[in-house]
Design a protein around this ligand. Structure first.
Ligand SMILES: Cc1cc2nc3c(=O)[nH]c(=O)nc-3n(C[C@H](O)[C@H](O)[C@H](O)COP(=O)(O)OP(=O)(O)OC[C@H]3O[C@@H](n4cnc5c(N)ncnc54)[C@H](O)[C@@H]3O)c2cc1C
Length: 401
């Protein structure tokens, strides 16, 4: 049986980024991907400042920025004609904006970089079994058995590795259903809008080509969500969006039950979980791909240092110690912001809207830093990784963020 240094399961953005990071350090990893083709649906569409900084260090941000739409302002709409404007150029970063780009294009850039570094994902190869050992992992796919020193589970929200190994998970469903559509709209300004209405939460995001992502929440019903039609989504949009924009020419429609889930430990011996396999939250947060890429860059650098013998294996514990609290913060923030967007009492909503229209500059900046992933903890993690030293205990990392 062949022995690999690292086997990466999943060629979504996180698997591609981990593999690129390993290849960059000369580690011969392989990537297996169940799907024969890259997933075409647009899904994630926002790349935030911290993610762009990390991509820039790897030579990828210029192309991504050139392909996407740069959005410098977020309008928080609290009623017809009433909006608070949050300007991203207050942020201290070379990328003071939200980059709007369909996920498939981000993946294309990540995969091209991986290929330039000599890595080719094995598409149409599904992992079906994992046997963890004390100093290796044996993986069985539908085509072969392979032995690897380490296995990275980057196989998404429905992770096969997680189902096979059953590590402890914490999480809960939330009370909302999320509807999303990529559509054309007439007479709507290309502005990123977050809409707080008495009937739900709405999001409008302009793509570079003039089309839009429209997303809206509705109270969850019991049972599995049924694939929506354009008319279903139009009905939900009419409840929440003040101008009731008419949706047409959809290229993608989706519905999801909102919820959050996180593994208790990202490390399971020689198996390391990253991205959606480790944590998921409501898509209205627009952060999943971003924090998944942060996992990937952190884990890839540390795994490379361990595999080459530059660092002791316990460096991998610091991957969990740093990335788990970082994602936990994002999960808590997205939960809180969904609760804030769905206040029931008219009085609480009125107070909320008053506050948002008179936010002090320091609070506004902190809010934007959270969205952009620019807390101090993220930057410190990169410094630690470059020295290949284990991080100090997680309590200090989280208190600094
Ligand atoms: C509607 C929607 C909107 C979103 N919007 C945003 C947004 O605006 N911003 C943002 O940051 N995030 C957003 N997200 C989240 C984002 O899409 C995910 O966080 C991101 O895709 C996670 O990447 P990943 O690589 O961890 O997982 P995935 O992208 O799911 O990739 C996992 C890969 O593993 C493969 N795989 C699974 N099982 C196996 C197996 N047994 N063997 C081999 N391969 C396997 C899958 O085929 C897949 O290709 C959104 C998500 C949704 C659903």
């Amino acid at each position: 049986m062949e022995t690999l240094d690292v086997l990466v399961v999943g060629a979504g953005p996180v698997g591609l980024a981990v593999a690129g990071e390993l290849r960059r350090s000369g580690i011969a990893c392989e990537v297996v991907e169940a799907r024969a083709e890259r997933e075409p649906g647009s899904r994630a569409l926002t790349l935030h400042a911290r993610t762009l900084e990390l991509l820039d260090q790897r030579g990828m941000s210029a192309e991504l920025v050139a392909r996407g739409r740069v959005v410098r302002e977020i309008a928080l709409v609290t009623g017809p004609g009433k909006a608070a404007h949050l300007r991203m150029d207050e942020l201290d970063t070379p990328f003071p904006f939200v980059l709007v780009l369909p996920q498939a294009e981000t993946e294309e850039v990540l995969e091209r970089r991986l290929r330039e570094l000599g890595g080719v994902p094995s598409r149409g190869e599904r992992l079906i079994a994992v046997e963890p050992g004390s100093d290796h992992v044996v993986a069985t796919t539908d085509g072969r058995r392979a032995r690897a020193r380490f296995l990275v589970a980057a196989d998404g929200a429905h992770s096969t590795v997680r189902h096979l190994l059953q590590p402890p998970v914490r999480g809960a469903r939330e009370a909302w259903t999320y509807y999303g559509a990529d559509v054309s709209l007439d007479g709507v300004d290309p502005e990123l809008q977050l809409i707080w209405s008495a009937h739900g939460f709405g999001v409008l995001v302009p793509f570079r080509d003039g089309t839009f992502r429209v997303a809206v929440t509705a109270p969850a019903t019991s049972g599995p969500a049924v694939e929506p039609t354009l008319a279903d989504i139009q009905h939900q949009v009419d409840r929440v969006f003040p101008g009731r924009p008419l949706l047409r020419d959809p290229t993608w429609l989706t519905v999801l039950r909102s919820g959050h889930r996180q593994l208790v430990n990202y490390r399971h011996g020689r198996v390391l979980f990253a991205g959606d396999a480790a944590h998921t939250h409501n898509p209205a947060g627009g952060q999943g791909l971003n924090i998944g890429l942060h996992d990937a860059f952190d884990l890839g650098g540390k795994l490379a240092a361990v595999v080459t013998g530059e660092a002791p294996e316990r460096l991998l514990d610091s991957y969990h110690d740093e990335r788990h609290p970082a994602a936990a913060r994002v999960l808590a923030q997205t939960r809180r912001s969904m609760q804030l967007a769905h206040l029931r009492s008219p009085m609480s909503r009125m107070l909320r809207d008053q506050v948002v229209h008179h936010l002090p500059a320091s609070l506004r900046r902190r809010l934007l830093e959270q969205v952009a992933g620019l807390g101090r903890a993220g930057r410190q993690a990169v410094v630690r990784r470059s020295t290949s030293q284990p991080a100090p205990p997680s309590s200090s990392a989280s208190s600094s963020g």
